[in-house]
Design a protein around this ligand. Structure first.
Ligand SMILES: Nc1ncnc2c1ncn2[C@@H]1O[C@H](COP(=O)(O)OP(=O)(O)OP(=O)(O)O)[C@@H](O)[C@H]1O
Ligand SMILES: [Mg+2]
Length: 273
């Protein structure tokens, strides 16, 4: 149904993504983990066609994605919505207009210029905001919302496209633990209730373990782990992150207790120095 085969991206002499392959026969929630520079963002950008692959292929429902051009490429980009760490909303525009921007691909330039949206789209936008628990924020400017609320607006904008796949590049990296949980819960619910694929780059192991059906670990552009959260042991994680014996899971954790433990450990280390 959805497969990536030997997908590769080079920048000059640097191979950012190196022959990555995986196959999904039904909608899943996938976590991609790995150290900074491992190639996680480049992988998502190739799937969405924001970046062209150097070689390899992507198949979805029998279609080759890497060679799509023009309208077919735009249709694909509408089928796989992208969510970013920094939300990418229009800050001074109201929430509901930000969400309606998700229909941009399907509307005429003139209608967009004059901000003309059909009533049914406006109702759908409000319904989606309601589903994410932020309908009452609809008339406010996006910049007036908290980070967690803004990320839910970005998810709502993605859902307006009715995408088959949601690609999330570090969706909770700028959020506090409480908001991180709300946003991950929302993504999980969208996956389960709507049967959409979700592929999320995550910088914390515990989030990947808690929310994902399957975790892909990348190191230096390659897939070095592909398995269930149960198989993602501390030893395996150490290998993915290329860390030595002092590797601590808490260092990659958003869990409130773990952050506390991590800070306490750092303070102890300082005291010793
Ligand atoms: N446009 C580009 N031009 C040149 N090199 C690039 C470009 N984009 C990414 N790279 C390089 O490709 C490698 C992978 O980058 P990528 O952003 O995919 O990593 P990442 O796993 O998302 O890292 P992070 O966790 O820091 O977001 C890095 O070495 C990066 O410097
Ligand atoms: Mg990245």
């Amino acid at each position: 149904m959805f497969s990536v085969t030997d997908l590769t991206k080079t920048f000059g002499s640097k191979t950012a993504v190196d022959k990555v392959s995986f196959e999904l026969t039904e909608p899943r929630m996938i976590g991609v983990i790995g150290a900074s520079g491992a190639g996680k963002s480049t992988l998502l950008r190739m799937v969405n066609r924001l970046a062209d692959a150097t070689s390899g292929s992507i198949h979805f429902d029998g279609r080759e994605i890497t060679t799509l051009r023009g309208a077919a490429k735009r249709a694909w980009q509408s089928d796989c919505a992208m969510i970013f760490q920094q939300f990418n909303l229009v800050p001074r525009m109201d929430v509901v207009s930000n969400v309606l921007h998700g229909t941009l691909n399907t509307r005429s330039t003139l209608a967009t210029m004059f901000n003309l949206y059909p009533d049914e789209d406006i109702h759908r936008a409000i319904d989606i905001l309601d589903r994410l628990g932020i309908a009452e924020q609809a008339p406010k400017r996006a910049e007036a919302l908290s980070g967690g609320q803004q990320q839910r607006v970005a998810i709502a904008r993605a859902l307006m496209q009715d995408p088959k796949i949601i690609l999330a590049d570090e969706p909770i990296a700028s959020l506090d633990p409480m908001n991180a949980q709300i946003v991950m819960d929302a993504l999980r619910r969208i996956h389960e209730e709507d049967g959409r694929f979700v592929i999320a780059n995550l910088h914390t192991l515990d989030t990947a373990r808690r929310y994902c059906d399957r975790v892909i670990g990348m190191r230096d552009g390659r897939v070095v782990f592909d398995g269930t959260p149960e198989q993602l042991t501390t030893g395996v994680a150490r290998d993915i992150y290329g860390a030595g014996a002092d590797f601590s899971e808490d260092a990659t954790s958003t869990d409130i207790d773990a952050i506390g433990r991590n800070q306490a450990a750092r303070q102890r280390a300082k005291a010793i120095v």
